[in-house]
Design a protein around this ligand. Sequence first.
Ligand code: ADP
Ligand code: MG
Length: 456
Amino acid sequence: MNIESIWTRFLNDIKRRVSSLSFNTWFKDSRLALLNEEHVIIIVPTIAHKKHLAESYIDIISEIFNEITGTNFNIEFLLENEFIKNNTVEKVKEEKEEEIGVPFNSPEKANLNPDYTFENFIVGESNRFAQATALAVAENPGKMYNPLFIYGNSGLGKTHLMQSIGNYIIQNTNKRVLYVTSDQFINDFLGLNKRDKEGTNFDYVDLFKDKYRNIDVLIIDDIQFLGNAPKTQNEFFHTFNTLYDDKKQIIISSDSSPDDLKHLEDRLRTRFNWGLKVNIFPPDNELRKEILRKKMANMDFSSHMSEDAIEYIANMCHSDVRSLEGALTRVCAYSTIFFEEEITLDLAIEALKGTITSSTNFKNDIQKIQRVVAEYYNVSVDDLKSKKRVATIAFPRQIAIYLSRNLTDESFPRIGMEFGGRDHSTVIHSCDKIANEIKSNKQLEKIIEEIKKKLE
Ligand code: ADP
Ligand code: MG
């Protein structure tokens, strides 16, 4: 059925349902201008028609359209000149939207990666609070914590978590979500400035505002980079205020807490403190192992990984999840290349050789300390981790524990774990014992210095 025949049928039907006076007054001189999936536009002669039809006849009109087509439409009444203007505006807007990317209710339009979800975000002690608040915001955007400010070092899952919020909202509501990095925000803003000089940016300004203010959820990642862009900060300040006043949800991430963002204007920092700040910490050993196991399982990878290989990788990459993922990918690739069925400790060591040594974290890693001390005393690393109490092993073990405590940032419990699962009080005892002994024993002091040199 084309538009004309639908309209003819419509007129016939309505004629039978209203008085001829009404028909002649309200319908005879109108026409159907547009009918698409959900939208109907009827052109009417005067503003009085527009008002009266919308107020008094809308139900019967909808009903008849539904009878004819089986669809419920959004019905709009426009004057001829409004329609023409609207149509051209629509067109121009569509083209521009293409350019700047107005957010919408889909991952691509919202600039979201659909792979970042709550389902595949693995929770441990270090990120439990951040994950819980993120889900609370996702379930109740704009109400609970506004803004939500997530901060922590690089590679700890901030982007993953923020995008999970966005994906959740898109899946469960029809709210408009927009995810941008602060770089993208700066670029959009600079585009706006550039056009200013050409004198042709009027539409662009509107579009920029439309993009950033006509949304329900704004997710802005790595806000620290706004520090280099004072003018953009000003624009962001206004964007923030508009959204905040409209009770729209704002989610921000950064590498440090708002108070430490010294390059940002005070008024922004103050606002970031209005809502809730959550810190993501580096993953602990348990979480690292859990992440390795779950990621292995999800990879649909046939090789099995031995527990000591998991332990090894987890210990190698202790500062963030990104490097952990990198190491896992490398180990898996290595096992594929060499057709290994089982990822053993040896294979993991071999695959990661040279990759992690370069990272600063590894400089004085516990494993390295164990190797160097073992070599120095001519015992094995396994001896250091064992329960053996003979002095020739127990003493080097205490030295290795002491050095681990003094040369790394590791906690007593973690050091205990690295030395065969010893209790943290044992670790403290070893540290105290060696520290005391050094004071009176020049020989020991010299030995410690020598070992430290080997560790450099
Ligand atoms: P950040 O934004 O804090 O620098 P990302 O969110 O980019 O960190 O995380 C780095 C990588 O680690 C991503 O691939 C992410 O999926 C993964 N990741 C981080 N934390 C977790 C987690 N708890 N569970 C699963 N994957 C994680
Ligand atoms: Mg990130």
